[in-house]
Design a protein around this ligand. Structure first.
Ligand code: WQD
Length: 327
């Protein structure tokens, strides 16, 4: 009874690997280490390779007696996906299809997939429920929606049961500061604000201050990476207990603005986060936050941590690991 975690040397993957092992689960990680770090798996069995390598996947499933999969491995830069779409079709979609085929050959029946709220595009109604139409607005988001559909059809043709977890804005770091995000590969708001407050990056560009929101800046649902990891653990338990395939929004249900994030960082760090007010970023929705009703009723999951926990853990990690795992 081993869980294969692809991308388990990455940000959300490493936090999930750790939680599974702390619960006594056997885990094996498959990661190309293109953007992941071997240090992040904290000693878990690690196979370095590509999810598209069917023979490698099938062999490691046999060697480790894999019965379930949590699939994180993917390219995730929205902007890059629009500049280099082929890289995303090949790695995210073709790679995931080959992975699914290989684990099915190995007898795996339970599959948890790292999806994204970006499959909804720009929701016109918030909080966002799973009934909102799928309408990706980037190649990255489209790859996530396509993989969800591939899983749906493998459910019909092969009996594979899956849970697709549609993340909102993952952020923060482990509370003991052992693992965290490598900001090298992230242009997301919170690592950018951290870098600015540490004086290690340019001032934060606030993308738009003229939104119809309380303070004029855009609103998102920031979810602590430990809460997000816990949702994967519960999704595996749900499938092990015979749960039917589904897709679930994983967010706190609380919206925070860009200025909320900047102010919380300054309050918690005691530093000034230099910021410049800039025009809106193309494609940014005004406000996106989750309705967590279904993930709670299905998995029994609820978020534990709010924005201050996110900011304090992120600050602790980035201020002590300015070069990430290379520090
Ligand atoms: C957050 C807010 C920006 C940077 C991401 C992923 C998406 C999904 C959800 C996983 C927005 C503003 C940002 C900056 C800013 N995750 N911002 N200055 O765009 O909500 O979506 O998380 O799949 O795939 O892309 O995240 O962190 O880029 O932006 O003002 O330098 O912060 O406009 O309002 P986003 P983000």
């Amino acid at each position: 009874m081993t869980v294969l975690v692809t991308g388990g040397a990455g940000y959300i993957g490493s936090h999930t690997v750790r939680q599974l092992r702390e619960l006594g689960r056997h885990v094996v990680v498959l990661d190309s280490l293109d953007t992941g770090h071997s240090e992040a798996v904290l000693g878990a069995p690690l196979v370095v390779g590509d999810i598209a390598d069917g023979e490698l996947v099938e062999q490691l499933c046999a060697d480790h007696h894999v019965t379930s999969v949590v699939h994180f491995a993917a390219h995730k830069n929205v902007g890059e996906s629009m500049r280099s779409p082929a890289k995303y079709w090949r790695n995210n979609v073709e790679g995931s299809a080959r992975l699914i085929e290989a684990v099915l050959r190995a007898g795996v029946t339970d599959f948890v997939f790292s999806s994204s709220c970006s499959v909804y595009g720009t929701p016109e109604i918030v909080p966002v429920t799973e009934s909102w139409p799928i309408g990706p607005e980037s190649v990255y988001a489209e790859t996530k929606a396509m993989i969800e559909r591939i899983l749906h059809w493998y459910g019909i043709t092969s009996g594979l049961r899956s849970v697709s977890l549609r993340y909102f804005n993952a952020a923060g770091a482990s509370f003991d500061n052992a693992i965290g995000e490598d900001w090298t590969y992230s242009a997301n708001l919170i690592p950018v604000v951290m870098k600015a407050a540490l004086g290690l990056g340019a001032p934060v560009e606030v993308f738009g201050t003229d939104y119809p929101t309380p303070d004029g800046t855009a609103i998102r649902d920031y979810i602590h990476v430990e809460d997000l990891a816990n949702a994967h653990v519960l999704a595996l338990d749900y499938l092990t207990s015979g749960g039917a395939s589904t897709a679930l929004n994983v967010g706190t249900g609380v919206g925070s603005s860009v200025f909320d994030v900047v102010r919380a960082t300054e309050r918690i760090s005691g530093r000034t986060a230099p910021a410049v007010l800039s025009p809106r970023r193309a494609g940014d929705p005004i406000s996106v936050f989750a309705d967590p009703t279904l993930v709670h009723s299905t998995l029994g999951w609820s978020p534990v941590h709010g924005l201050d926990d996110i900011i304090s853990s992120a600050w602790r990690w980035h201020s002590t690991h300015p070069n990430g795992y290379d520090t």
